[in-house]
Design a protein around this ligand. Structure first.
Ligand SMILES: NC(=O)c1ccc[n+]([C@@H]2O[C@H](COP(=O)([O-])OP(=O)(O)OC[C@H]3O[C@@H](n4cnc5c(N)ncnc54)[C@H](OP(=O)(O)O)[C@@H]3O)[C@@H](O)[C@H]2O)c1
Length: 354
């Protein structure tokens, strides 16, 4: 078993934790209560010792030996990109021999049994479907396949690093590393990952390495508190899945308006992409247009009347309308009085339905 952890005392009286030559923590000798307090080399976690934020990496990071269990879309794409970025691969494993073989051939590395792969990997990615992560981790722990100092990562948005607890109990540094993106296939994932944001959650000792890997494949990153993971995932569902549901709601209204099916999506897609471009260029508040933004109460009243027999669609219109009033107020295109009138119109109608 290899463990890349070492502690180094510097002349300045500081201590550094290193993992395979990369500084992951810096400590200062602190007179306060005679304790040695920790300060991470990271903007967010710097503090007690007063050390300046900064990142010190060296190229030895790339001697990290990676393993992937789960040769699906995310696992395959990450493995390809990390290998391109100079990381070396111990091998890959998957539920079926066929998936493992296809990825192993592409990467020119061995397809190994999960236990052997886990034992040999310095950073082990569990890129299976979400439901398989807990049983797989438990099984690998029973087989004593994890080792101290090993980095073990899973990629789920919904699950925190807690799901890797059996690995943590064996001394592994456990993280969830979630790409905020929708991947429909391996090639698309390879193309989309550069520029994608990754949330990093879990054992702080692994942050620097995870950040470095994300940066090496062109991604961006931020740290997430374990307790916030569920809300964070709800936010991602609203932005991704509910955007689809919202578009479907708009198309249902178009159908009610008698617009032929083949026209509906093509007619609305330019509106949606144009709006997204505006959000990108101007930010949320400035991108808002429409009747609520103008304080046009009469138009909103007509919309609601037209949806009288469409309770579910009216419900969505009103709930989002109430949220839109807040944005218009922030934009400054309506005043408090107009906002109150719009809110009461939207809420009254809502109360009438429920
Ligand atoms: N796709 C996305 O848009 C997306 C975005 C962000 C995060 N994620 C996360 O990324 C992870 C992987 O998702 P994905 O989209 O890549 O899924 P996927 O394409 O369905 O791939 C999952 C892979 O896991 C393998 N697998 C399942 N159970 C296994 C087990 N017990 N042991 C070993 N391998 C097993 C399957 O192997 P076989 O092929 O051999 O059957 C499959 O190739 C998930 O945690 C997901 O939440 C996905």
């Amino acid at each position: 078993m290899r463990c890349g952890k070492e502690e180094i005392r510097r002349k300045s009286g500081c201590f550094e934790d290193r993992y395979h030559g990369i500084i992951t923590m810096r400590y200062s000798a602190c007179t306060c209560q005679g304790l040695r307090r920790k300060a991470r080399l990271n903007d967010k976690y710097i503090a007690p010792s007063g050390l300046r934020p900064g990142r010190l990496f060296n190229l030895e990071a790339k001697i990290l030996e990676l393993g992937f269990i789960g040769a699906g879309k995310v696992g395959s794409a990450l493995a390809v990109l990390l290998q391109r970025a100079g990381y070396s691969l111990v091998g890959v494993a998957s539920r079926t021999n066929e998936s493992a073989r296809v990825l192993a051939e592409r990467l020119n590395c061995p397809a190994l049994p999960g236990k052997e792969l886990a034992a040999k990997s310095e950073a082990l990615f569990l890129t299976t479907s979400d439901d398989a992560i807990a049983p797989l981790t438990a099984e690998l722990a029973r087989e004593k396949a994890f080792h101290p100092g090993q980095l073990v990562l899973q990629m789920s948005g919904a699950l925190s690093s807690q799901v890797l607890q059996p690995a943590a109990e064996m001394g592994a540094i456990t993280l969830s590393l979630h790409p905020i993106q929708c991947f429909a296939g391996v090639e698309q994932a390879i193309a989309l990952i550069p520029g994608t944001y990754f949330s990093i959650e879990g054992d702080a000792r692994g942050y620097v390495l995870a950040e470095k890997m994300v940066e090496d494949i062109g991604g961006k990153h931020f740290l997430l508190d374990s307790k916030a993971k569920v809300l964070y995932h709800a936010a991602a569902c609203v932005a991704g899945n509910y955007l689809v549901a919202l578009l479907d709601t708009a198309l249902s209204l178009l159908a009610e308006a008698g617009v032929p099916e083949e026209i509906r999506l093509p007619a609305f897609l330019p509106l949606v992409t144009g709006t997204l471009e505006n959000v990108k260029k101007l930010g949320i508040t400035k991108a808002l247009t429409g009747p609520i933004s103008r304080g046009d109460r009469g138009t909103v009243e007509k919309h609601l009347a037209a949806m009288e027999n469409l309770p579910l669609l009216a419900d969505i219109y009103q709930t989002l309308g109430l949220a839109t009033v807040g944005i218009a107020l922030k934009k400054g295109t309506i005043n408090e009085e107009q906002a109150a009138a719009l809110r009461s119109l939207l809420a009254d109608h809502w109360n009438g339905i429920h």
